[in-house]
Design a protein around this ligand. Structure first.
Ligand code: NAG
Ligand code: NAG
Length: 529
């Protein structure tokens, strides 16, 4: 009996999935904040008080009232693997943002001269940032944003900012609204509730996790509608004890989503932040908590990761699995406070049985700790950048130098051995426009062994990533009909229905993937409006 148990639980999980590629050796800045744009470019920025970056502003320009003539923001073009410097005027350090329904990035806050600023960026070959000096009612540093069904975004919290506000503003919503949950979850002298994990639920409420617990929040009436239990172990999961969190893939059936689940992984014990000042680096948390948000009596189910991790990122892959990537084994977020980088990502198989969900992946050789980022690209690869645990750019004679490179992690589903079962979308073309509730027919090819029962169509939102959290991240498994063979060709077609409700999918840009036997196609951009 005992022997059997031993055989069933190998002491070390296999570590051989996926591949790493260096994409760009030096984009000139450290990728502290990233947003994928609907033209497959990536908007990236760090901060204006970092010193001189490794990329100059174009045309000999300098920031006004400054002798810094280097760029602190770039647009990276995935297709051509090139970088274009952008001019950001005020300090965007540790800020937040969203890709808005019309494809404009609306970024909010920062610090110093940037705390109250709202900045917009709309991509084109010559576009640059626009700044709105007093766009916010409150200065916000380390806040979280989420797009809402009415096309505005809500901006929640920030350092010593225990309230939320909306943008764009209307006369009724010009001021900030007090939010006691942020006072209740604010550990004195530590915080542990910055960059809260915020998600729009299909019922229209916001699920908000901060520190060690969560609420369901009706932002329209400013009311807490549900309180979730404290996570077992009571450890903090938000900045500076930074873990990460995702809403697991949501399946749309007959226009509604029956179950909504949240997964939080990693973080650091409550002692870790004060200890880091004494150069004691506590081991990171090795647990994840999963909870059924939509359950009338929700309870946490805890799982143990094969690797402990603080400052990890969690990304929803197009096939519904969760990639846990970047971060450290010890310490916390903040200057010089991370130790022992975790070089191996882990894939969490969402649909597998508890106890067999984690798979350790191939390691990179570049530490990606504080101020590192990750996001899903249209081809299913994951773009990884940043890492700078220092107060300035530091390239030598320091632990963990500032990283200016971009890499991609290529999950196993992109291995050429999968090409036979990998779907290829024939139509529609990328850039397809569709309205809520409409049906579309997707034509796709699979070269061999199509199993029509193992096809699903997913929609992934392009999220804003910084500080181990991806704002606006969600993955929807769409309502789809029967897969049939197209009589005129050897291709297949599947009808799918767009979600009816803006609470399930806010208007805006999404990546649509056809997934067959867990292997996703390359995505196409669709614009839902
Ligand atoms: C960045 O610029 C600094 C200052 O010019 C230089 O010392 C350093 O080598 C550059 N680093 C990289 C990675 O290019
Ligand atoms: C692709 O899969 C094959 C078969 O499983 C494996 O031998 C190979 O190492 C993989 N290639 C990469 C680049 O991961």
């Amino acid at each position: 009996m005992l022997l059997l148990v031993l055989f069933q639980s190998p002491p070390c999980p296999a570590a051989d999935g996926g591949s790493w590629y260096l994409l760009h050796p030096n984009i000139g800045i450290s990728a502290m904040h990233m947003q994928l744009l609907p033209n497959d470019r990536v908007l990236i920025y760090d901060r204006t008080d970092f010193g001189t970056s490794n990329i100059s502003l174009p045309g000999g320009k300098c920031r006004p009232n400054s002798n810094d003539c280097s760029a602190h923001s770039v647009e990276y073009d995935v297709v051509s693997n090139t970088v274009r410097p952008l001019m950001v005027l005020s300090n965007v350090w540790c800020s937040s943002g969203s890709l808005m329904p019309d494809g404009t990035v609306t970024q909010t806050g920062g610090t110093g001269d940037g705390a109250f600023v709202v900045r917009t960026y709309r991509s084109c070959d010559t576009c640059d940032w626009d700044e709105i000096p007093n766009g916010l009612a409150q200065g916000r540093w380390y806040a979280t944003n989420h797009v809402l069904p009415d096309g505005r975004q809500i901006i929640i919290g920030g350092r010593q900012t225990f309230n939320y506000e909306f943008y764009p503003k209307t006369p009724e919503t010009a001021t900030a609204v007090d939010f006691p949950f942020l006072i209740e979850t604010n550990d004195p002298d530590i915080e542990n509730n910055l960059y809260p994990f915020v998600f729009l639920c299909p019922d229209g409420n916001l699920f908000i996790f901060a520190n060690n617990r969560a609420i369901l929040f009706d932002y329209v009436n400013n009311q807490v509608v549900k309180k979730f239990p404290v996570i077992p172990g009571d450890d903090p999961r938000n900045y500076p004890s930074t873990g990460s969190g995702v809403l697991l893939p949501m399946r749309v059936v007959n226009g509604t989503v029956a179950s909504v689940e949240f997964l939080v992984c990693g973080g650091a014990p409550r002692s870790a932040f004060p200890n880091a000042f004494k150069e004691i680096f506590d081991g990171a948390l090795d647990t994840c908590g999963r909870i059924m948000v939509s359950d009338p009596d929700p309870q946490w189910v805890m799982e143990t990761m094969p690797l402990a991790r603080v400052m990890g990122d969690m990304l929803l892959l197009p096939n519904g699995d969760v990639l846990i990537i970047n971060g450290a084994t010890a310490g916390v977020a903040g200057w010089e406070f991370g130790r022992d980088p975790v070089l191996s990502p882990v894939i969490y198989r969402t649909g597998s049985r508890i106890g067999s969900r984690f798979e350790v992946q191939t390691p990179t050789n570049i530490p990606r700790m504080y101020h590192s980022t990750a996001l899903l690209l249209r081809d299913g690869q994951v773009l990884v950048g940043g890492s700078n645990p220092h107060d300035k750019y530091e390239f030598s004679n320091v632990l963990y130098p500032t990283e200016l490179s971009l890499e991609v992690f290529s999950p196993d589903y992109l291995n050429s051995s999968m090409s036979g079962i990998r779907p290829v979308i024939i139509s529609p073309m990328s850039g397809f426009n569709i309205v809520h509730g409409a049906q579309m027919i997707i034509n796709f090819a699979v070269s061999n062994n199509l199993d029509p029962t193992l096809v699903m169509v997913t929609l992934a939102s392009p999220s804003f990533n910084t500080h181990s959290f991806s704002m606006n991240q969600r993955l929807l498994v769409l309502d789809s009909g029967i897969v049939t063979m197209d009589p005129g060709s050897s291709n297949y077609q599947v009808p799918v229905t767009m979600p009816l409700s803006g609470s399930i999918a806010v208007s805006g840009y999404y990546l649509l993937f056809v997934v067959h036997k867990d292997v996703p196609s390359e995505g196409i951009w669709i614009h839902l409006h």
